[in-house]
Design a protein around this ligand. Structure first.
Ligand code: B12
Ligand code: SF4
Length: 504
C-alpha cells in the first residue's frame, strides 16, 4: 500500500524473499485486496503459509475462507500471542497437523470451516514491543506538519458500546499500557526515527484519567513536547471531565483532538447509543479551543432518515460550535455491529471495498446517494472556504496557524488529486454531477453472516449481568404482587402481617 506496488512487482518481491509465511492485514475496505495479495503468494511462493488477520477476517472468516480458499489460516482478534504460537507450530513442522490445538484460528478443513476456541485478549500489554525499525520512515509523512508520523498505542479497547462501531467488540476489554513504556517507545521514535508527530491508535486513550495524566507527565519530564506533537480521538464526556487539565495536556504536546460528536440531533446520538448530549458537544469544543488544542468534530451522516434538512442541520451545528476542523463520515454498516443487525434489511450493497466512511453505502429513504454525497461536499465547501478566508490565516503567527494552514493544504492536495471522498472514481465534479455519479458498486457481492457468537466483549458480559439483575428484580416484583395477604397487604419476608396463629 505504501509503495503502491503493482501485482507483478509484488510477485517479484515475494519471489526474492522466498518467505516461509506471508501475512496480510485487512480492514473491511481492503479485504478483497488482501485476498488478492495471498493469491499472488499462492501463485508465486506456493509453499509459504498464507495468513490473514485484522478486524474484518476476525468476524467474517466464514465468508473470507469461502471466497478465498487459498487463505490457509485466519488469526482472529489480537495477533501477537496467537501468531507467536502459530509461527512456532510452523517452524517445528506441527502445522497444519496441530492447528486445531491453537486458540484463535479459523481455517478450512476439507469441506468444513473450523474456528478454534477464541483466544483471550493480550492481558499483559507490557510484553509487546513493536519493532519500529522495520519501517522505512521517510515514507510516513504527516502532511499538515511535513514531518514523520507514527501510530503508537497506549490503550486497547473501549468501554462504550456505540451501536455503529465495531471497535469495542473487536478489542473486547479495556487495557492500558504502562505510560513509561509508551513514552520509551515515543522517545525511540523521536530520537532514532525522526518522528515529529504521533497519533495514538487508541479508541479511547483518556478514559483511564490517572494513566493518561501519567503519560502526559512522563512526556513533559523528558522534554519531549518540544520535539514531538500529537493527536488523539476521544469522547466529549472525557473533555468535560478533564476541563481543568486541558492546558496541561497541551503542555504535554497534545495539539489535535478529534471528537466523536457524531450527530447534530439528540435522536441520532441516542440511536448510536453514544451516551452524550448535543449541548455537551458545543461546550467540549469551546473548552479545547480555550486550551489552544485544535479540535475536529466528526459527524456521521447517511442513515435511512437523512434528509437535505438534517444534513444542513449538521452544517449549521458545525458552524455554530466552531471546531477548527469538521468532517462528515458516511454511516458504514459494518456487518459485525449492533446497528447493522437492526438495519440489515435496508442494506443493499455488500461490496466491502466501498465500506470506507466516504462512499454512501446506505441510501436514505428520501435522498439519492449522489444527493447525499453532494450535500456532504456542500458542507465541506462552505465550512472550509469560510475557515480558509476568515479564520486560519488569522490564528496568530505560531504553531496553531501553521498547523491549520497545513491541514488546509492537505485537504486541497486530496481535492486536487481527486482522492478526497474518492470523488475522481465516482465522477463527482460538483452539484451538476450529483445525478450522474457512479460509485461502481459490485452488486454481485453477497452478504454472509458475521460470526460473533463466540466473541464476548466485557460490555456484552456487563449487559448480560444487567439483564439478569433486571429480570430477577422484575420477577421478585411480580411474585411480591401475586403473594398478597388476604387483606391485600404485602407479604413480609419475616412472615409478618396481620395473620395470627390459631390458638391450639
Ligand atoms: C490510525 C488509523 C488510521 C490511520 C493510519 C492507517 C494505517 N494504514 O496505518 C489513517 C488515518 C491513515 C487511517 C485511514 C483509514 N482508516 Co483507519 N484507523 C486507524 C486506527 C485508529 C488505528 C490503527 C492501528 O494502528 N491499530 C492498532 C493495531 C495494533 O491494531 P490492528 O491493525 O487491528 O492489528 C491487530 C489485530 O487486528 C491483529 N492483526 C491485524 N493484522 C494482522 C495480520 C496478521 C497476519 C496477523 C497474524 C494479525 C493481524 O493483530 C494486531 C495486533 O493485535 C484504527 C482503529 C484502531 N484502534 O484499530 C482505525 C480503523 C482501522 N480505520 C478504519 C478505516 C475505515 C479507515 C479508512 C478506510 C478511512 C478513510 N476513508 O480514510 C482509511 C483506510 C486507510 C488505509 N488505506 O489503510 C476503520 C476500519 C473499520 C473496519 N471495520 O474495517 C477503523 C477500525 C476505525 C473505525 N472507526 O472503525 N486509519
Ligand atoms: S466511544 Fe468510539 S471507539 Fe468506543 S464504542 Fe463509541 S465510537 Fe466506538
Amino acid at each position: 500500500m505504501t509503495d503502491g506496488l503493482t501485482d507483478a512487482e509484488l510477485a517479484k518481491r515475494m519471489q526474492a524473499l522466498a518467505p516461509d509465511v506471508v501475512g496480510v492485514t485487512a480492514i473491511t475496505p481492503s479485504i478483497y485486496r488482501a485476498e488478492d495479495v495471498l493469491k499472488i503468494a499462492k501463485n508465486t511462493v506456493p509453499d509459504a503459509v498464507r495468513v490473514m488477520g485484522g478486524v474484518h477476517a476476525t468476524f467474517m472468516y466464514k465468508q473470507v475462507l469461502s471466497e478465498a480458499p487459498w487463505v490457509d489460516v485466519i488469526v482472529r482478534g489480537e495477533g501477537e500471542e496467537i501468531c507467536t504460537e502459530l509461527m512456532l507450530a510452523i517452524q517445528t513442522g506441527r502445522f497444519p497437523a496441530d492447528r486445531r490445538k491453537i486458540k484463535g484460528l479459523a481455517f478450512q478443513d476439507g469441506d468444513t470451516i473450523v474456528a478454534t476456541q477464541a483466544a483471550s485478549t493480550v492481558k499483559d500489554l507490557s510484553k509487546i514491543k513493536p519493532d519500529w525499525s522495520a519501517l522505512e520512515w521517510s515514507k510516513y509523512i504527516y502532511i499538515p506538519l511535513g514531518t514523520r508520523v507514527a501510530i503508537p498505542n497506549l490503550a486497547r479497547g473501549c468501554p462504550f458500546t456505540c451501536s455503529f462501531c465495531s471497535q469495542w467488540k473487536f478489542w473486547r476489554d479495556y487495557r492500558v499500557r504502562d505510560p513509561k513504556d509508551v513514552v520509551d517507545e515515543i522517545e525511540d521514535l523521536v530520537e532514532n526515527h525522526g518522528v515529529g508527530f504521533f497519533i495514538l491508535a487508541d479508541e479511547e486513550p483518556t478514559i483511564n484519567k490517572k494513566k493518561f495524566v501519567a503519560f502526559c507527565q512522563e512526556l513533559i519530564d523528558r522534554d519531549l513536547p518540544r520535539r514531538v506533537k500529537w493527536g488523539i480521538n476521544t469522547r466529549v464526556t472525557d473533555i468535560y471531565r478533564d476541563k481543568d487539565l486541558l492546558k496541561f495536556y497541551r503542555k504535554a504536546g497534545l495539539v489535535h483532538v478529534s471528537l466523536g460528536t457524531e450527530a447534530a440531533a439528540q435522536m441520532k446520538l441516542d440511536v448510536f447509543n453514544k451516551e452524550t448530549k448535543v449541548e455537551e458537544n458545543k461546550t467540549a469544543i469551546r473548552l479545547l479551543r480555550e486550551a489552544d488544542i485544535l479540535v475536529e468534530a466528526q459527524f456521521i451522516v447517511g442513515l435511512d432518515n437523512e434528509t437535505p434538512e438534517t444534513l444542513e442541520e449538521t452544517y449549521r451545528m458545525a458552524w455554530d460550535w466552531q471546531p477548527d476542523l469538521a468532517n462528515w463520515s458516511m454511516y458504514t454498516p459494518w456487518p459485525f455491529t449492533p446497528l447493522f443487525q437492526e438495519l440489515k434489511d435496508q442494506v443493499e450493497i455488500y461490496d466491502f471495498s466501498k465500506y470506507n466512511f466516504v462512499t454512501p453505502i446506505m441510501k436514505p429513504a428520501q435522498m439519492e446517494r449522489g444527493e447525499l454525497l453532494d450535500g456532504v461536499m456542500n458542507n465541506y465547501r462552505r465550512f472550509y472556504s469560510k475557515k480558509a478566508l476568515f479564520h486560519y490565516p488569522w490564528r496568530g503567527t505560531g504553531f496553531r496557524r501553521r498547523y491549520l494552514l497545513g491541514c488546509l493544504y492537505a485537504f486541497l492536495k486530496a481535492g486536487f488529486q481527486r482522492t478526497f471522498y474518492d470523488l475522481g472514481k465516482a465522477g463527482y465534479w460538483g452539484p451538476q454531477t450529483k445525478t450522474t455519479v457512479d460509485f461502481h458498486f459490485d452488486e454481485t457481492r453477497q452478504l454472509a453472516e458475521a460470526q460473533m457468537s463466540d466473541w464476548e466483549a466485557s460490555a456484552d458480559k456487563a449487559a448480560r449481568a444487567r439483564e439478569r439483575r433486571e429480570a430477577v428484580k422484575a420477577q421478585t416484583l411480580e411474585r411480591k404482587q401475586s403473594f398478597k395477604m388476604p387483606n391485600g397487604a404485602d407479604v413480609k419476608a419475616c412472615g409478618g402481617g396481620d395473620q395470627q396463629m390459631e390458638d391450639a
